[in-house]
Design a binder for this molecule. Structure first.
Ligand SMILES: NC(=O)c1ccc[n+]([C@@H]2O[C@H](COP(=O)([O-])OP(=O)(O)OC[C@H]3O[C@@H](n4cnc5c(N)ncnc54)[C@H](OP(=O)(O)O)[C@@H]3O)[C@@H](O)[C@H]2O)c1
Length: 288
């Protein structure tokens, strides 16, 4: 009898669909969970068996799987990830996955005042959003002691650049006040997540960052330059507090530089897009 290799991707969005494509190509039956019908159609188009449900509301079953990827964000409120808890409860059977891959965020480190942070750094979540991520990491570790936890910084790629804001000349916070930013291209994150589900990937936490932190202004200026439009104006904190959402301000209040040496060792190379300048060229829409 031919054994079917199975993979489950909960939260099969931008990163998930790229992992799904790799899994399908490797001969896996891919079960994908998303919230919207549009995302379910996108996952089906690359060969996944997708269902659109609300993990907070629906009663659902999850099939036993060999490779388990959890990429859905925690709920918007509270200090725990109740959404993840519901999924793990259903998977917590005798036939546990052989590999669990969870995408967390570098927000769990909080603000380091721009200092470099490796995976041994003390966790200092500065928002409830980050507290929920710490809870999620703990749940994943309790579920699978060998889980692979990827702490991602800002994910960029096609469809995820601030092109409209730059064309509209919307201001950003001045570099002196905005601190360091870290990024990973969505294609690299998907490749890292897929590789992390293999037996030879080290268990535990890894910073899934390109390892080349930069200022906010450098990033926006590079995109403006590629678009052939003027650089956007800069503003200080006082004006930013008037104009920006609470969530955007919470990101801007934190500055850190992510050390990615563990990632490079596990991958055996740098990410394909080792800095945002390389990655931007592969992210702009064709008509630009
Ligand atoms: N944005 C960043 O820069 C950043 C930085 C660090 C970490 N992260 C985290 O990294 C992970 C992967 O990122 P990504 O960009 O691939 O995320 P994404 O494209 O937003 O994908 C998240 C997926 O979760 C699904 N989902 C959300 N709530 C759900 C619910 N209640 N029930 C069922 N499905 C639900 C979404 O469904 P639909 O597609 O139908 O909406 C989507 O498919 C996410 O947890 C994200 O929060 C993001």
């Amino acid at each position: 009898m031919i054994k079917i290799k199975r993979c489950l991707i909960v939260g099969c969005g931008a990163t998930g669909v790229r992992v799904a494509a790799r899994a399908v190509a490797a001969g896996y039956r891919v079960d994908a969970i998303v919230q919207s019908a549009a995302s379910a159609r996108r996952a089906r188009a690359i060969g996944a068996y997708a269902q659109a449900i609300d993990l907070d509301q629906a009663d659902f079953d999850v099939a036993p799987t060999e490779r388990f990827f959890y990429f859905a964000p925690p709920p918007r409120n509270g200090r725990t990830d109740s959404r993840l808890a519901r999924v793990l409860k259903r998977l917590n059977t005798d036939t546990k996955p052989r590999a669990t891959v969870y995408i967390s965020t570098a927000g769990v480190y909080g603000d380091t005042g721009g200092d470099w942070v490796d995976e041994n750094a003390r966790l200092a979540p500065g928002t409830d959003r980050a507290v929920r991520r710490v809870d999620a990491e703990q749940q994943v570790k309790a579920f699978d002691h060998n889980a692979r936890i990827l702490r991602a910084p800002g994910i960029y790629g096609p469809g995820r650049l601030p092109i409209a804001a730059i064309r509209a000349g919307e201001p950003i916070l001045a570099d002196a006040e905005a601190g360091w930013r870290n990024r990973i291209h969505v294609d690299d994150l998907a490749e890292i997540a897929w590789r992390a589900s293999a037996a030879d990937w080290p268990p535990g936490v890894i910073n899934a960052s390109d390892g080349h932190p930069s200022s906010l202004g450098d990033y926006y200026d590079a995109i403006a330059d590629m678009l052939g439009v003027p650089a956007v104006p800069r503003i200080g904190w006082a004006e930013a507090e008037q104009r920006f959402s609470a969530m955007r301000l919470s990101f801007l209040r934190e500055s850190r530089r992510l050390d990615n040496r563990c990632l490079v060792a596990a991958l055996g190379r740098e990410p394909r897009y080792a800095n945002f300048r390389q990655g931007l060229a592969a992210s702009l829409p064709a008509e630009v």
